[in-house]
Design a protein around this ligand. Structure first.
Ligand code: GDP
Length: 295
């Protein structure tokens, strides 16, 4: 995960790590390299620039140049700032409802159905949760089947109503079914399109308004880089979602989406998808991710 970014940051900081004493000049040069590494990883230029400016200010404020171990101090400053950029603390999902209703949003192919299954599995394993998966893609029968396959894999019931063209009605019927059958979490998988379009946005906004979910999650493919950030912005403007799910972090994604998304939409990344299997799901901890990136 993020091997290229890790290597580049390691190279950038390497010069400082070796110095007993460092100068303002090599701090500036190092930060320039750090900025380049971030931009290469698909982080927006302005975010990368703000990042290195902040680190520089903090370094000067903390008298890094006269510190006992200046190199280590710089590495720590970069790590702390990276953690902040990615969200600071880890944030869970709101499960306070009975049932708690979780709405998935995102483009087709982003990994919504897969993540819905993973989340159902994750919650089911907590023992106190009995999830219900809901198929709300009224355009693609194959998508409904896919959710049934996923539900079977994780041993979670799937609610669907093939032929019903009204996702609001399906969602409401599913919530009623959950109440009658003791499901305390309802996970609604919705239809996605290959690109953001008005019809999709209206549909998901209508579902959102009608069912008032406890948690609205935006699922995005991290491989799409800066596009992931732009799509997040568009969905957030319409849904004011609660959190982001970054999928496909197991691929050779450059990492830019993971680093930039929080600062652009100001919503936390809550989980990451790290594979196609139903257990390939991790809670997102910004500090652990920063540790991983900086080695
Ligand atoms: P949806 O259209 O948003 O419901 O997307 P799907 O859940 O159908 O996922 C699209 C494709 O991405 C499928 O082939 C999934 O197996 C794959 N996929 C989803 N999440 C991940 C992940 O975290 N890692 C990898 N490698 N593949 C994933």
């Amino acid at each position: 995960m993020f091997d290229s970014l890790s290597d580049k940051l390691d190279n950038a900081l390497h010069v400082l790590k070796g110095h007993g004493q460092i100068t303002e000049v090599n701090v500036a040069e190092t930060l320039k390299e750090v900025r380049r590494a971030l931009v290469d990883a698909d982080v927006n230029y302005k975010i990368a620039k703000d990042f290195t400016n902040t680190v520089k200010e903090k370094a000067l404020g903390q008298d890094v140049l006269t510190a006992l171990k200046p190199g280590q101090m710089m590495v720590k400053l970069v790590k702390d700032e990276l953690t902040q950029l990615m969200g600071g603390e880890a944030e869970g999902i709101n499960l306070s409802g009975d049932p708690s209703v979780i709405l998935m949003s995102g483009l087709q192919g982003s990994g919504k159905t897969t993540f819905s299954g993973k989340l159902a599995n994750f919650l089911k394993n907590k023992k106190t949760k009995k999830p219900l998966l809901v198929a709300c893609d009224v355009y693609r029968p194959a998508a409904i089947n896919q959710l049934h396959v996923v539900g079977e894999q994780v041993g979670v019931e799937v609610f669907s109503d093939e032929g019903n063209q009204d996702p609001v009605a399906i969602s409401k019927a599913a919530i009623a079914h959950a109440k009658q059958n003791g499901h305390n979490v309802v996970i609604i998988d919705t239809a996605g399109r290959l690109a953001v379009d008005e019809a999709m946005m209206t549909e998901i906004s209508n579902i959102h308004e009608a069912i008032q979910p406890h948690e609205t999650l935006f699922v995005v493919d991290s491989m799409t880089g800066q596009d992931a950030v732009n799509t997040a912005k568009t969905f957030n403007e319409r849904l004011n979602f609660d959190g982001v799910i970054l999928t496909k972090l197991d691929g050779d994604t450059r990492g830019g989406a993971a680093i930039s998304i929080k600062s652009v939409v100001n919503k936390p990344i809550k989980f990451i998808g790290t594979g196609e299997k139903m257990d390939a799901l991790d809670v997102f901890y910004p500090d652990r991710m920063a540790d991983r990136i900086l080695g």
